[in-house]
Every structure is written in structure tokens, then in C-alpha cells.
Design a protein around this ligand. Structure first.
Ligand SMILES: [Zn+2]
Length: 137
């Protein structure tokens, strides 16, 4: 999954599209870029911490959205577990993006615990739908 194509406000502004305020929708502290949204945003950072605890991983520190793949490749575990962890991390990115859009367009307040809870429940559904191909945990 490539996240380079996600049109954040900053990316749209670079294309001379008037998007108004370019602050991050989730934290309202910094300019919203792909790397900010998925890595250094204080809201996202709390989500990654919760996911790391749930998956029994060391703390997740991302400097670029591409680090998701790097983290998985550096795990000292089986390929099956790596595939599951990668799926969970991609799912986390998707849920962060969904939370961002819910706040931006529906003005819904985003709770970190709800994002983590959704990743857990959707992760189990995804795992079950994969059948016996990924038998670990
Ligand atoms: Zn932010």
C-alpha cells in the first residue's frame, strides 16, 4: 500500500488549490503532511503506542510513513507473524486516515481509544477472513 497519493491539504496547496488552513485536523498543532499525520502527530503517536502494546511490540517510532514496512522487516519473528503485524499496521494507517476524514468532514470528535478499538476488531475480522493461511497467535 502506498500512502504517497493521499492528498493532504499541504499537497493540494502545492498544486495551487486553495484549501484554507493547512493545520493537521487531528492535533491542530502542525501543518498536515502525510508524514506528520501518520508519524509525528501527537494523536497518531498515542494510537501507535496502543497498537504496539496490543501486538506486544517495542514502541513504534516512525519518521516516515514508509517506516511501517521497515519496522515489520526488522521484527525477529516468523514470516506469518510479520504478515499479520504488517496487516495490522496498514489497517492502523487506514483507521487514522478515516478518523482524520471524520473530523475534517463530519466534525466528529476522534477518540484515540476508539481508533485502537476499531483496529483491534477489524484486525480480528481480517485475520478470520484469511482462514487458516495465517495460523499464529
Ligand atoms: Zn497532527
Amino acid at each position: 500500500m502506498s500512502l504517497d497519493g493521499i492528498p493532504t491539504k499541504v499537497a493540494l496547496r502545492r498544486r495551487n488549490i486553495n484549501v484554507g488552513d493547512c493545520k493537521c485536523v487531528l492535533c491542530e498543532d502542525a501543518e498536515e503532511t502525510v508524514d506528520h499525520l501518520f508519524t509525528v502527530c501527537r494523536v497518531t503517536d498515542d494510537v501507535w503506542s496502543g497498537i504496539a502494546r496490543w501486538c506486544n511490540l517495542p514502541p513504534i517510532f516512525l519518521f516516515s510513513v514508509h517506516d511501517v514496512q521497515l519496522i515489520v522487516s526488522q521484527l525477529g519473528c516468523s514470516d506469518k507473524r510479520k504478515e499479520i503485524i504488517y496487516g495490522i499496521l496498514v489497517l492502523t494507517c487506514w483507521r487514522i486516515w478515516k478518523a482524520r476524514n471524520e473530523k475534517a468532514f463530519a466534525k466528529t470528535n476522534v477518540k484515540i481509544i476508539d481508533i485502537i478499538s476499531d483496529v483491534k476488531s477489524l484486525g480480528f475480522l481480517w485475520y478470520r477472513s484469511r482462514g487458516k493461511r495465517l495460523e499464529i497467535f
